[in-house]
Design a protein around this ligand. Structure first.
Ligand code: PGA
Ligand code: ZN
Length: 429
């Protein structure tokens, strides 16, 4: 390992997949190693998330990041220069301390997460190792099961349908490469079905087909049909994963499904989702009720957690304490891990570890606003998360992550173990 003291940290403004400015950070270490990372951005954010610092005003809809880039160059860089990049926990503690707010709003979650990840990349480069291997060390790791969006919805498709993500998982595939092959066929089949029905209207924010459906359930019917048309048995080979993102259309006790013209209480929403679980090959459900609906989360998990993965995203916001509380309460059985939701690499890892210790499913996840940055692909393997959620099977900010995992799987060769069914926190075939 070359000298890992931080010699230079540089923030710059680049652009994300929605055409919005975002923060990139480049870290250079004394021994010459360089690391670089870009902050992603969510659209359907949870209330407890680290907050991005945006310039406001009218320019670029208020989304500009000159202030966040300024945080990197004027405050974070002077504070980190001379520190040891190899001590990621100390670097991240310093970032949190320097910001001083609970929600990272002073320096900006975008500035902090890009700095934290850039330092991590630089340390891996100093060790001359790919990031996933630097993270894994001697521990065995699995190649993650991909969760891949076929139809976008919710906040990512102007609320055209209420449910946010209609995804597939291929746990019976023998490798990550084969899971992608299967998904590509299903994505094609779904596209053909949409064209035949006169419903082909382009794609949503994460590259899934635009959901030109007359009801939320029609999306489920079409997806189930697409899996069958592509030649796969469901759920024996391929299952459905839903991100309900319920906080986007209601909160504890009152949910309005605009497309279905229905308002439901918590029990009604759980019954409706339960009906879907009975009828369609659903293996995973994310945020089934609102982020403030603790009783609803417990009830949903009590009823369906033995046959279905129940993921907390907005509900857990990549927070280790919330994961521990959810495990104690039986409120979820899986945690979504989004580095920019937590703020730093170390906090993200702590949330994931809390999930692993509780026997949860753990899913490293992208955001709806993404870039060519592939850090999460490495985190998902290096931390042995078992699952990776990136969005759809089109558009290069998504494909960059899938392709990176293909490279890692190839590098592991015969020793690569695909997580498949083992990714799930319930008894599987
Ligand atoms: P977001 O959505 O990145 O827009 O928050 C992703 C998700 O809810 O999983
Ligand atoms: Zn979500």
């Amino acid at each position: 390992m070359t000298d890992t003291r931080i010699a230079r940290l540089h923030g710059r403004r680049v652009w994300d997949s929605r055409g919005r400015p975002t923060v990139e950070v480049e870290a250079r270490l004394a021994g010459g190693a360089v690391g670089r990372a870009i902050a992603p951005a969510g659209a359907s954010t949870g209330q407890g998330e680290a907050l991005d610092l945006r310039d406001g005003g009218t320019r670029f809809g208020g989304f500009d990041v000159h202030r966040a880039v300024g945080s990197v160059n004027q405050e974070i860089a002077p504070a980190l220069i001379g520190r040891d990049a190899a001590d990621q926990a100390a670097v991240d503690r310093l970032l949190v301390h320097l910001d001083g707010t609970a929600d990272r709003s002073r320096l900006g979650g975008n500035a902090i997460v890009a700095a934290s990840m850039a330092v991590l990349h630089a340390t891996a480069a100093a060790a001359d190792k790919p990031l996933w291997l630097h993270l894994a060390g001697d521990r065995p790791v699995r190649i993650p099961l991909p969760e891949i969006q076929i139809f976008g919805g919710g906040a990512h498709a102007d609320r055209r349908v209420d449910v946010q993500d209609f995804m597939v998982v291929c746990p019976a595939a023998r490798s990550f490469a084969e899971a992608l092959d299967w998904t590509a066929e299903i994505y094609r089949a779904a596209g053909s079905l949409m064209r035949k029905a006169g419903k082909a209207q382009g794609v949503a924010d994460e590259g899934g087909f635009w959901p030109a459906f007359d009801s939320n359930e029609e999306a489920l019917e079409t997806l189930t049909l697409a899996i069958g048309t592509a030649g796969f048995a469901s759920p024996a080979q391929v299952g459905i994963s839903l991100d309900v993102a319920a906080s986007q259309f209601g909160s504890a006790g009152r949910y309005t499904l605009a497309l279905d013209d229905r308002t439901l209480d918590t029990a009604g929403l759980i019954d409706m989702l339960g009906g879907w679980i009975e009828q369609y090959p659903i293996l995973s459900v994310e945020d089934p009720v609102g982020e403030d609906d603790h009783e609803g989360m417990r009830e949903f998990t009590r009823r369906y957690g033995r046959r279905c993965q129940v993921i907390g995203d907005d509900y857990l916001v990549t927070n280790a304490k919330r994961v521990e509380a959810a495990a104690t309460a039986g409120a979820t059985n899986a945690v979504l891990v989004k580095p920019n939701q937590a703020g730093t690499v170390t906090e993200s890892f702590q949330a994931l570890r809390a999930g692993q210790e509780a026997g949860f499913g753990t899913i490293v996840s992208a955001r709806s606003g993404e870039t060519e940055d592939v850090t999460i692909a490495h985190l998902s393997v290096g931390w042995d998360a078992g699952q990776l959620k990136v969005g759809s099977f089109t558009r290069s900010e998504r494909m960059a992550k899938w392709n990176e995992v293909l490279r890692i799987e190839e590098a592991l060769g015969g020793s690569a173990e695909f997580s498949g069914w083992s990714a799930f926190p319930f008894a599987t075939p």
